[in-house]
Design a protein around this ligand. Structure first.
Ligand code: SAM
Ligand code: SF4
Length: 343
């Protein structure tokens, strides 16, 4: 049993400065989003086409052993927060055991999962036993018809079981809600009310151009933040420590908080501490790049730890300043599906 499972705190010494992953703009990289599958049991319009994205064959997806090795190497470089995502992580068999293996890595100080909640209620006792540091649950509407319209599946009830189960077990919970052009104010107000009733963070997310098909870029009209300020005039900004993608707010009488993630406007790039690994093992230094290092090729040709570590350090040392600059330099034939990246 690891220290995390015992609930004890092991003193943590980060690796010395010279062995830390720091990009060419001086930003320490401490957060990994690890996408373990591109498959999913929903078909959200803004994320993938009805027939699913072009799912990659299983043999092309990193094995759990490969994933664990990469996490160990990155955590030795100072990556202390790991989020498991997808596609839907719980549709991959063995997801829970993999989380347990990651929990055994003491340098991974903070372990999180992002899920759509469709199957997750089955795993909540295990997540609680694991002392998961955070569950991000995606939920765009509390109305069954609207949920079906967005996700093309009639499964709101199972997502709500997960929500309820997380609250009952006091799992640290954030809800992610993508706000689309046609999202009604009433839906936003109903979702925010969850943060009034419960100690959770309800984060409204700007829709981004990652739907897996050709799409017309959304013109930025009134910002999402302005819209929230109109709906909730008493919103007061919370000061957060360290890099954060969300701006957080408190509201009088609320048990939790409300937040906004301005991903499309890319307002948080200056403090970005995040890298991503796709299911096929591409390292992404920015959401908007096309992959900067093929880790799978290195792993499968037998590269040793030091070679992989040096390659990662080299890739991170050539990071673009922000998502706008990355997008200018990295041409894309069509918008990739967010499910193949991990959000
Ligand atoms: N299936 C899991 C889920 O939905 O939580 C994990 C993967 S999903 C790709 C991760 C996050 O990306 C979700 O919160 C989802 O709402 C968000 N997302 C997907 N496509 C998006 C888009 N085009 N714009 C903004 N957020 C998006
Ligand atoms: Fe699946 Fe999550 Fe994409 Fe929806 S947002 S299709 S739940 S991967």
């Amino acid at each position: 049993m690891t220290a995390h499972q015992q609930g004890t705190t092991v003193p943590y010494s980060p690796p010395p400065q010279s062995n830390r992953l720091i990009d060419n703009h001086g930003r320490p990289i401490t957060y990994l989003r690890l996408s373990i599958t591109d498959r999913c049991n929903l078909r959200c319009h803004y994320c993938m086409p009805e027939g699913g994205a072009d799912f990659v064959p299983h043999a092309e997806i990193l094995t759990f052993e490969e994933l664990e090795r990469v996490v160990r190497l990155l955590s030795a470089l100072g990556v202390s927060k790991v989020r498991i995502t997808g596609g839907e992580p719980f549709v991959r068999q063995g997801c829970m055991s993999f989380l347990q293996r990651l929990r055994g890595i003491d340098t991974v100080r903070s372990l999180h999962v992002t899920t759509n909640g469709v199957e997750t209620f089955r795993y909540l006792d295990d997540l609680a036993a694991l002392r998961i540091n955070g569950v991000n649950l995606s939920l765009d509407s509390l109305d069954p018809g609207r949920f079906w319209q967005i996700s093309r599946r009639n499964l709101l009830h199972t997502v709500l079981s997960t929500l309820d189960g997380c609250l009952k077990r006091s799992l640290p919970l954030k809800i992610n809600a993508v706000v689309q052009e046609d999202t009604e104010d009433s839906e936003i107000v109903a979702l925010a009310d969850l943060a009034r009733q419960h100690p959770l963070c309800l984060r409204f997310i700007e829709k981004m151009p990652f739907s897996g098909v050709w799409s017309v870029r959304a013109k930025s009209t009134r910002s999402l933040r302005q819209r929230l300020h109109v709906l909730f005039p008493e919103m007061t900004p919370l000061v957060t420590n360290g890099p954060s993608t969300a701006r957080l707010y408190t509201l009088p009488g609320y048990a939790g908080q409300v937040g906004v993630i301005e991903g499309n406007s890319r307002r948080f790039c200056t403090t970005c501490n995040k890298i991503r690994i796709t299911p096929v093992g591409m390292l992404k230094a920015c959401l908007y790049d096309n992959g900067v290092l093929d880790l799978k090729a290195m792993l499968r040709r037998g590269a040793d730890d030091s070679e992989i570590t040096q390659a990662v350090i080299g890739a991170v040392a050539q990071r673009y300043r922000d998502g706008m600059e990355t997008e200018e330099h990295c041409a894309r034939e069509c918008d990739p599906a967010m499910a193949s990246i991990g959000g």
